[in-house]
Design a protein. Structure first.
Length: 247
């Protein structure tokens, strides 16, 4: 019968305490790491709700930025906690505490260009550092460069009145005058809508226009960003139709 998460956590905390009291030759760090990756742990994160959207029972677009700590050698580490008892009060006041699978946190640490490892329970006796291997650091850097180059290739276009407009900057503005795509009509606001590119996605927002913007027939809430998908139809003031495509 599989152990409960709380049982695994208790076992790991006790093993780490014993491991830290050298010499404990019969306790191997590798065994602790294997147990650790089967648990659900807590990561402190700063939350950004600026681009969120409510959809049925979900809130989409919440951005989580995990806290980062530095050790005595100024090395950047991801702090994680095995239980709420291990979390200091100041963390509870400053951060959102997010429960995730430890295996995911471990992968995040290995794939991040900016992290050198993670530290379990950094403020208690049940603490342990898990450092990246040098190969993992090199691979993370390669993957990051590859990801950036791929994202740069994600060019997109807007079709309006049979003309093609390349979205080659962010933000890309649509409006009556002085914008990247100009629609010289009185029903169009000076800056009517904005397309931005973030985290590998194109997004559309109405810029508090007078006559509104629709995406695939849905009225947009001003200054709230909505993801654009290939073939999306953008309606400006119920008059002009623009079509979005990945080039």
């Amino acid at each position: 019968m599989a152990k409960k998460n709380s049982e695994l956590i208790k076992e790991i905390e006790e093993l780490i305490k014993k491991y830290n009291k050298k010499p404990e030759k019969n306790i191997r760090k590798r065994d602790i790491v294997e147990l650790f990756q089967d648990t659900v742990i807590i990561i402190p994160c700063r939350t950004d709700f600026s681009d969120t959207q409510a959809y049925e029972e979900c809130i989409e677009g919440v951005q989580l930025k995990p806290d980062i700590v530095k050790d005595e050698k100024n090395v950047r580490m991801l702090p994680v906690f095995t239980s709420y008892e291990q979390v200091p009060v100041e963390y509870m006041e400053k951060f959102s505490l997010v429960r995730i699978e430890a295996a995911y946190a471990y992968s995040f640490m290995n794939e991040s260009e900016y992290l050198h490892g993670l530290v379990i329970n950094p403020f208690s006796a049940a603490n342990m550092e898990l450092r990246k291997k040098k190969t993992a650091v090199r691979n993370a850097t390669k993957n990051y460069v590859k990801q950036i180059s791929q994202e740069q290739k994600k060019d997109a276009i807007i079709i309006h009145n049979n003309q093609k407009y390349t979205i080659d900057k962010s933000p890309f503005t649509i409006g009556r005058t002085g914008t990247d795509l100009v629609i010289s009509q009185t029903y169009v606001s000076k800056v009517h809508a904005v397309i931005s590119y973030k985290d590998g996605k194109y997004r559309l927002a109405d810029y508090e226009s007078t006559n509104g913007t629709k995406l695939n027939g849905k009225e947009l809430t001003p200054k709230v960003y909505y993801e654009l998908r290939d073939g999306a139809e953008i309606q400006i003031s119920d008059k002009d139709i623009l079509t979005f495509y990945f080039d």
